[in-house]
Design a protein around this ligand. Structure first.
Ligand code: SF4
Length: 367
């Protein structure tokens, strides 16, 4: 199958590995920012094939995992109200809030529905004009244009029963925060290709320059990831720090102008808390004043809900690459996909779920 099989071709992968091995002369640590890349790395054992001294660090690139606890609790408060239809992507339903999750609200009688797109939620609003329909808008720059489009259409149609709980986050500020952290061990970054299909690679240029790190825009298949690592190592070994596009089949330097215009129309950039990490300045989107009437936080008066993170889950350390999931003492015992303590064990892009699915589960607890 074109555009898939060639990016899983074992011979190409072997050749890239050989080139990486030949290039590495000293230890380097490269962070793959996106959870989709983490799953590819763990699933295909890429981290175990790399030459000694070259390590991969898993980054914060799972939007479900970084959705702050207070936002989960706000979603629970809204979903439990009478007359509300609460719509969310499926991954969010089992993300633990401070005392329960959305599946429990549904079990208690809340009308919580899984949708595959914000436009599905919009259709539910059209069909239920006597109910308040709320969409939980999470995700990186990749999913934000569809969210923006839905609220834009809702305003155009004058749908007064539709609103959004917006928790979109932006990836470049998170890379900047990790690169600036004194605890960081990261020498170079693999940027998330799908984010760049929308925003382009240009937003990474000032970051690369400021922190003097290579940033390689990378896809998600094994050959994509290996090529991203190869390019990153090549830069590190030659003392360069540039933004390089290793995903040209999808990414342009300036991204998608129509999507960016829609985002500019609907959202303002704001400071945002990342679960387990803390507030990262200018790292989120909120609805702009023009769209304030569609803001579920205002409509349901839940903006003041604040909660403390539980200490046992070390998601923040996992998301910043300070520990691997299996270094969390709850991993595989107290915390499993069936009984998750934290979002990285729930989400299909979570690093803890990847370790559990591709390593722990097959090897058994003593593996
Ligand atoms: S294994 Fe579970 S408790 Fe530990 S960091 Fe991951 S999600 Fe949190």
């Amino acid at each position: 199958m074109k555009y898939l099989s060639e990016f899983r071709d074992p011979e190409i992968a072997q050749s890239l590995l050989a080139r990486i091995e030949a290039a590495v002369t000293r230890p380097w640590a490269v962070m793959e920012v996106c959870g989709g890349q983490t799953h590819s790395i763990i699933r295909y054992g890429i981290d175990q094939l790399l030459p000694e001294g070259l390590s991969l660090i898993h980054g914060p690139g799972c939007p479900v995992c970084v959705t702050p606890l207070e936002m989960i609790d706000r979603s629970l408060a809204i979903a439990a109200r009478d007359g509300v239809v609460f719509c969310s992507f499926g991954d969010m339903l089992r993300v633990p809030g401070s005392s329960r999750d959305l599946t429990m609200v549904r079990a208690e009688g809340g009308d919580v529905r899984v949708v595959y797109s914000p436009l599905d939620a919009l259709a539910i609003a059209r069909d239920n004009l006597d109910r308040e329909v709320v969409f939980f808008a999470v995700g990186f720059e990749t999913t934000a244009p569809a969210t923006a489009m839905a609220v834009h259409v809702a305003r155009r149609e004058g749908l007064g029963n539709f609103s959004m709980l917006v928790s979109h986050v932006l990836v470049p500020p998170a890379i900047g925060a990790i690169a600036a952290s004194a605890a960081s061990r990261v020498d170079g970054f693999l940027a998330a290709g799908h984010v760049c299909t929308v925003m382009g690679s240009a937003p990474y240029e000032p970051l690369s320059e400021l922190h003097q790190v290579p940033i390689v825009v990378t896809g998600f298949e094994p050959v994509d990831v290996l090529d991203g690592i190869r390019r990153c190592v090549r830069q590190l070994e030659s003392g360069r720090h540039e933004v390089e596009n290793a995903y040209p089949r999808a990414v342009r330097r300036d991204g998608n102008p129509a999507a960016k215009a829609m985002l500019d129309d609907v959202f303002d950039v704001c400071d945002r808390r990342w679960r387990g990490i803390g507030v990262i300045p200018a790292s989120g989107w909120r609805l702009s004043e023009r769209y304030a009437s569609f803001d579920a936080e205002r409509r349901f008066d839940v903006a003041d809900v604040q909660v403390e993170e539980p200490a046992r889950c070390r998601a923040g350390d996992v998301l910043q690459g300070l520990i691997t999931p299996d270094e969390c003492e709850c991993f595989g015992g107290e915390c499993t996909p069936r009984n998750p303590l934290g979002a990285p064990m729930v989400s299909s892009e979570g690093a803890c779920a990847a370790y559990y699915q591709y390593r722990y589960q097959y090897r058994g607890a003593d593996g």
